[in-house]
Each structure stands twice: as C-alpha cells, then as structure tokens.
Design a protein around this ligand. Structure first.
Ligand SMILES: Cc1cc2nc3c(=O)[nH]c(=O)nc-3n(C[C@H](O)[C@H](O)[C@H](O)COP(=O)(O)OP(=O)(O)OC[C@H]3O[C@@H](n4cnc5c(N)ncnc54)[C@H](O)[C@@H]3O)c2cc1C
Ligand SMILES: NC(=O)c1ccc[n+]([C@@H]2O[C@H](COP(=O)([O-])OP(=O)(O)OC[C@H]3O[C@@H](n4cnc5c(N)ncnc54)[C@H](OP(=O)(O)O)[C@@H]3O)[C@@H](O)[C@H]2O)c1
Ligand code: SF4
Ligand code: SF4
Length: 501
C-alpha cells in the first residue's frame, strides 16, 4: 500500500531527495512545482520504504494504513495527480554538498526569533562542525506561529514543535526566552558576541483594509493570536452576540478563523485553545460565518488541504454563493490543485443545509465600507484576473467583521526596510541590495514576505545559511570581540532576563 502526502507543504522537497524510486512529484526541477500547493506520491510506483516519512520536517507523509479518517481523502487526491500520464521527469539536481568552514574559530551566530524559519536556520547551521547558535525569543514560549498561528484544532501540524525541541536541544544550540532584541540587547551588542546575526522576526503586523470604517473591523491576525493565547493579545474581547460574522479575504487564515468560529466549542475543548477564547466561543450566538473573496472560486486563496479540513469538520455546513462553478473549456489548463478545488466546490453546490452552523464561501464581492451594522460590499467581476466593481452593491449585516487580507512585516531597527512588501531587502538572505549590511541576514517571512507553509521556511533557511557560510569562508565576518561566556554576563546585567531554556 502506498504512502500519502496529507498537507499543503511545498518548497522544501526533502522527501523528493529521500525517495529511492522518484515517485514524489512535482519535483523542484519540474515546471508545475512552482504552482503546486503540495506534492503527491504515485501509488503505482511507491515501494513503501518509508524513507520520505523521516525526511519530512512537518510529518506530512503517512503510510496509507495509518491515515486517520479525516486524512482518507488525501489517498485519491495523491493518486489523481497521476491519472494523466506525466512527461518523463528530469533527473534530480544533486543535493548541495555539506556545509564546511575554513580555519579559525567555527561560526558563532545569533538568531532573532524562534519561529519555524529560526529553527530551520539553527538546524542548518548546526551541521557545521563546532558551530554555536544562540536563539533569542521575545516571548516566554518559543516557536512563533507554529504555536501562536497554527489553529488549535490542528494538533498534528503543531507537532512540528517536537522537531524544534530536538533542534534546540542539540549541542551548540541555546534558546533564550523572554529576550527582545532591540529592548534587552542591541544588534551591535549581538555582533560583539557573534560573527553574524540572522533576523527571523516574522511578519507580526497585518495589511489593513483601505475603506471607510475600516477601524470598525477587527483583524484575523489579532483574532488568531487571541484564540491561541498570545500574551500581546490575551486582553482582547470580541462581540459574538450577533448571528453572523464576516471575514474579508479567503486565504488559509480566513478558513482557520471561520472554522474556529463555526465549530462546536466542545470540539475545541481539550485543544491548546486559550481558556478565555473557549469561554467566549461557548457563549457565541454566531450561526453563519461569511468568507468573502473579491475574485472567483478558481482564484480562492485557500488550499485544497484547508478546504478539505473545513468540509470534514463535524457540525459545519459549507455553502457557496455568488460563484459560477461551470468547469468551462479552459479547466484542463488550470493547475491540478485548482481543478481539485473547483471539483470540491461543485460537489457542495446545491447540497441541502442540515440546520447546523454554516460557513458561506461568498465570491465576487469586495468591501466598500464597514459600518456598525456590518459590511457594504461592491459586487465585482473578473477582468483580466482582477476584481473590478460592477456598480452594484450589497449590504451584509454582521456583528463581527474581521479582515484577513494578509500579514505584514515591521521594520527592524538599523536595517533597511521595504514598506510596500513589509520585508528587509536582501540578496539570498544577506541584508542589503547594494552594499550589504555587515553581519546581518534574514530568513522566513521578514525575508520573503508573509506567504508559505512551515516547510517552506526550510529551503529558505538553507539559502540564508549557505550565504552566511560563504561570507564566513571569504573572511567577510570579523571574529567577535567578546568571549563566548561574556554574553551571559551581559544579559544577566539587564532586567530580569531569564536564563537559556
Ligand atoms: C494564522 C496562521 C496559521 C498558519 N497555519 C499553518 C499551518 O497550519 N501549516 C503550515 O504549514 N503553515 C501555517 N502557517 C504558516 C507558518 O506559520 C509560517 O510559514 C511560519 O510561521 C513563518 O515563520 P517565521 O519564523 O518567519 O515567523 P514566525 O513564526 O512569526 O516567528 C517569528 C518569531 O520572532 C519573534 N520575534 C519577533 N521580534 C523579535 C525580537 N525583536 N526579539 C526576539 N524575538 C522576536 C516572534 O515572537 C516570533 O516567535 C500559518 C500562518 C498563520 C499566520
Ligand atoms: N494550514 C495551512 O497550511 C495554513 C494556515 C494558515 C496560513 N497558511 C499560510 O500563511 C500564508 C498567509 O495566509 P493568509 O490567509 O493571511 O494570506 P493569503 O493566502 O495571501 O490570502 C489573502 C486573501 O486576502 C485577499 N485580499 C488581499 N487584499 C485584499 C483587499 N484589499 N480586499 C479584499 N481582499 C483582499 C486576497 O484576495 P486576492 O487573491 O484577490 O488578492 C486573499 O483572498 C499563506 O501562504 C497561507 O497558505 C497556511
Ligand atoms: S515510501 Fe519510499 S517509495 Fe514511497 S514515496 Fe516514500 S520514499 Fe518514495
Ligand atoms: S513538507 Fe517537504 S518533505 Fe514534507 S511532504 Fe511536503 S515537500 Fe515533502
């Protein structure tokens, strides 16, 4: 029986390199890799060796026999990718050689942040013999959005924190919790104690709606942080007393929030959800969550895996509104995942409601104004792939409106910043696009913007660390002035900074 990929996961492709029979596609060398939401295992050629399971950093691959009920739909999803014969696969590009440093003291590196990008960068650096890595996290709990973003009812995804625990327990790695770089220690001080500083600070802000009344809407960023118990957002309160909530945007975050709002709270009890959020959800009167996309179903920003998760959540009806789901003559030219998404949406269309809470996927509407009563939407049509208002409007009453239109990075003191993309300009992770900023590197969402899955940060980290090691070998990183033990003395002289975990 074959193995199966069960999550959106692309870009890392460790499994592809581990597979002895090249049955996981698309590979990074195939053209459809860049549009694929996930990779797929060919059931006809998989020899069940299990090598991909241990290579996958996020536990996305399982043998067919170990699939939980809710993962069973991934079996036909993987097989379907191979229904049409694929062109012969190009030979896999060889894996890059192991990292080596030349002469002198091995690198000492500070990493700011402890999210997935930080932990994958630490893991990559620790492959250098003798390397020392110090990770600084401003919160007293580590691992960034892997803890404070991933939905509480996705415990399997959250298990990636076990991998991060193993990385931080390796020789040469120290994790300092409750240390905010810029407040407790400066960039210059870190550089006195390290050859280089890698910023892995993520994208902690969000894109804001630019319409009248936008301040009346909450944001999915804050709502997610609230239900996940992020200390910066624990004090928030939300009005759940009305029967309808509206979420603007239809990415994976919007679907997470819709699922949490529409779930039976008892399903969430026993997960890592914040107790205050669970209490509020138990008192919620919300019956319908409208997820509003400004474009059509084929442009839905959510992935097949997240849609599957929503459809399989017990007690939730999913309805479609405002969308033309006709396959059309061009469907065959669409990416595999889009074809699948449309097929899943078509199966839903016309399904009789069961009277439970419902999530309505509403298409071709863009908010024109937020009011105390809800949202005034402009109806839109697709013109050249863009949403253009038709001139018709549609009010939707709601007690809670959340915008979920993407995250946005914040400037890092002392580093250049591109305000439009919310990223630190860099070349392959080295900060600066002209003259580089000495000793400064970036990885993860602050490097490439707020897109991608946990696994995406692994290949991103590999690139940054290779750039850093090249600079080290080319003597572009001066040896730190301070001795290794001096950092502990510096930190303990500041505030009540906790000792490394
Ligand atoms: C709501 C949500 C749900 C998601 N769910 C999934 C999912 O189910 N599956 C999946 O594959 N991907 C998921 N993702 C995507 C995934 O979480 C991201 O790809 C990943 O977390 C980005 O990693 P990062 O390290 O760049 O940033 P982050 O995870 O945000 O980590 C940044 C870290 O830096 C710390 N920090 C910031 N400033 C400082 C400072 N000055 N000093 C010290 N520390 C600092 C922060 O506290 C934080 O811990 C989700 C994303 C979101 C937003
Ligand atoms: N389970 C998981 O694997 C998981 C869970 C959560 C998040 N993530 C990942 O984390 C990343 C961030 O997710 P996200 O949901 O925040 O962002 P996203 O995927 O970029 O989705 C943003 C949504 O907002 C819409 N939008 C943007 N600007 C708008 C505007 N001005 N008015 C109306 N709508 C607007 C977009 O529509 P257009 O397409 O029309 O621009 C899109 O529907 C993604 O890569 C996601 O896959 C993964
Ligand atoms: S189980 Fe073995 S043969 Fe099957 S996909 Fe994984 S690595 Fe390839
Ligand atoms: S996360 Fe990476 S290793 Fe795991 S299945 Fe996806 S591409 Fe393969």
């Amino acid at each position: 029986m074959p193995h199966v990929v069960t999550q959106s996961c692309c870009n890392d492709a460790s499994c592809v390199h581990a597979c002895p029979v090249n049955c996981i596609h698309p590979t990074p060398d195939e053209p459809d890799f860049h549009t694929a939401e996930m990779l797929y295992i060919d059931p006809a050629t998989c020899v069940d060796c299990g090598a991909c399971v241990s290579a996958c950093p996020v536990g996305a691959i399982l043998p067919h026999t170990k699939l939980a009920d809710e993962q069973l739909p991934f079996l036909p999803l993987n097989a379907d990718f191979y229904r049409e014969p694929r062109p012969p696969a190009p030979l896999l590009a060889p894996k890059p050689p192991p990292l080596r440093v030349r002469g002198g003291e091995p690198p000492r590196v500070a990493i700011v942040g402890s999210g997935p990008a930080a932990m994958f960068a630490a893991d990559e650096l620790l492959t250098v013999p003798g390397a020392r890595v110090e990770v600084f996290e401003r919160l007293t709990v580590p691992y960034g959005l892997a803890r404070t973003g991933v939905a509480p009812d996705h415990p399997k995804t959250r298990q990636v924190t076990d991998l991060f625990d193993r990385i931080s327990a390796q020789d040469g790695c120290r994790l300092f919790l409750g240390v905010e770089v810029g407040r407790d220690v400066t960039h210059e001080e870190l550089l006195e104690h390290h050859h280089a500083v890698i910023y892995a600070v993520g994208a902690s802000s969000d894109r804001r709606l630019d319409v009248p009344g936008a301040d009346l809407a909450g944001t999915a960023t804050e709502f997610v942080a609230w239900y996940n118990g992020h200390p910066d957002h624990a004090h928030r309160t939300y009005d759940l007393s009305h029967r309808r909530a509206v979420i603007v945007g239809n990415g994976n975050v919007a679907l997470d929030v819709a699922r949490v709002l529409a779930s039976d709270p008892e399903r969430l009890a026993g997960t890592d959800i914040a107790p205050a959020a669970l209490r509020a959800l138990r008192g919620s009167r919300i019956e319908e969550v409208v997820v509003a996309g400004r474009r059509g179903p084929a442009q839905s920003a959510f992935t097949v895996a997240e849609l599957r998760g929503l459809l399989d959540t017990p007690g939730i009806d999913v309805a479609i509104e405002g969308a033309d789901l006709d396959p059309g003559p061009d469907e065959a030219s669409l990416p595999h995942s889009t074809v699948h998404k449309l097929r899943m949406l078509r199966e839903l269309d016309g399904r009789a409601p069961s009277g439970r809470r419902r999530v309505t996927l509403r298409y071709l509407v863009s908010p024109e104004r937020i009011t105390r009563d809800g949202v005034e939407f402009a109806r839109t049509e697709l013109v050249g792939g863009r949403a253009v208002p038709t001139g018709e409007t549609e009010p939707v009453e709601a007690g809670l409106v959340l915008s979920s239109i993407g995250y946005h990075g914040r400037p890092v003191p002392g580093l250049p910043f591109d305000a439009a993309t919310g990223t630190v300009p860099n070349v392959a992770g080295r900060v600066g696009t002209g003259e580089p900023v000495a000793g400064a590197y970036v990885v993860g969402w602050i490097k490439r913007g707020p897109t991608g899955f946990i696994g995406t940060n692994k290949s991103c980290a590999r690139e940054t660390v290779r750039t850093l090691v090249d600079d080290f070998n080319e003597h572009r990183l001066p040896a730190p002035k301070a001795s290794p033990g001096a950092l502990d003395r510096l930190l303990s002289s500041r505030r009540e900074v906790p000792q490394p975990a």
